[in-house]
Write a protein that binds this ligand. Structure first.
Ligand SMILES: [Cu+2]
Length: 233
């Protein structure tokens, strides 16, 4: 497909749905763009010697040139709204019944800090594994094929959590904790980490605000988390 060269890899269970909406809009708009521009160019050449005539748009025949295209545009617009709404519901409104891992994400000028639940698998308890500023830039580790829920919070201003390959972007608003979820498809296990960017202009250092997403097998991930827990406790 055309977009394969333009888009970054598409690694989450819903990234294909998001891409579908892009394709839909692109092909609908592209088709009408080519058709209308083609008609204009054709008319310019075909009627280049003719005299201009004035149409006031009244009468059935003339007004149908306005009303029929307007109805077609409205219908296509509704189709895009419907498709977009379905995907929005799936990604942002609904949450899978079973969540395998929860991580608290703190955005702060200018970095990302991650907190994992300890053995009790519950965030906000004393055995949490916390990577703060002192820990340095520790990447977000997650197990492949598992449902991950992030709780996004900000320590200062509005930021935006963005991983292009997940097709996941969410604003982070101070005073709120906003949950988002994703699941990396099994075949996208790879050595190089993915980039996490801040997609909201949040101050002078905004361009430096990035972190990495490390996708591991379940065994690698559990081993890594255990090591971190032992180091911290
Ligand atoms: Cu930011």
């Amino acid at each position: 497909m055309l977009f394969d060269k333009w888009f970054p890899a598409s690694i989450s269970t819903f990234s294909g749905d998001i891409d579908f909406v892009f394709y839909l809009i692109f092909y609908i708009v592209g088709f009408w763009f080519l058709l209308t521009e083609g008609l204009i160019i054709y008319s310019l050449i075909r009627h280049r010697k003719g005299k201009a005539a004035f149409f006031d748009g009244s009468g059935k025949r003339q007004s149908s040139w306005i009303l029929i295209p307007a109805a077609v545009v409205l219908l296509l617009d509704l189709a895009i709204d419907y498709a977009g709404g379905q995907v929005y519901d799936k990604v942002k409104i609904e949450t899978p019944d079973h969540i395998d891992l929860q991580v608290l994400v703190t955005a702060q000028q200018y970095g990302w800090f991650f907190t994992y639940p300890g053995e009790d698998n519950v965030l906000g308890t004393s055995d949490d594994i916390i990577f703060d500023e002192d820990a340095g830039a520790v990447p977000l580790h997650i197990p492949v094929g598992k449902v991950v829920q992030l709780h996004l919070k900000s320590a200062d201003v509005i930021h935006s959590f963005f991983v292009p390959e997940l097709r996941l972007k969410q604003d982070i608003v101070p005073g709120r904790i906003i949950p988002v979820w994703f699941q990396v498809t099994k075949k996208y296990l790879r050595k190089e980490p993915y980039e996490i960017a801040c997609a909201e202009l949040c101050g002078f250092g905004h361009h430096t605000m990035r972190a990495f997403l490390v996708v591991q097998t379940e065994e690698e991930f559990t081993g890594w988390l255990k090591e971190q827990a032992e180091e911290q406790w």
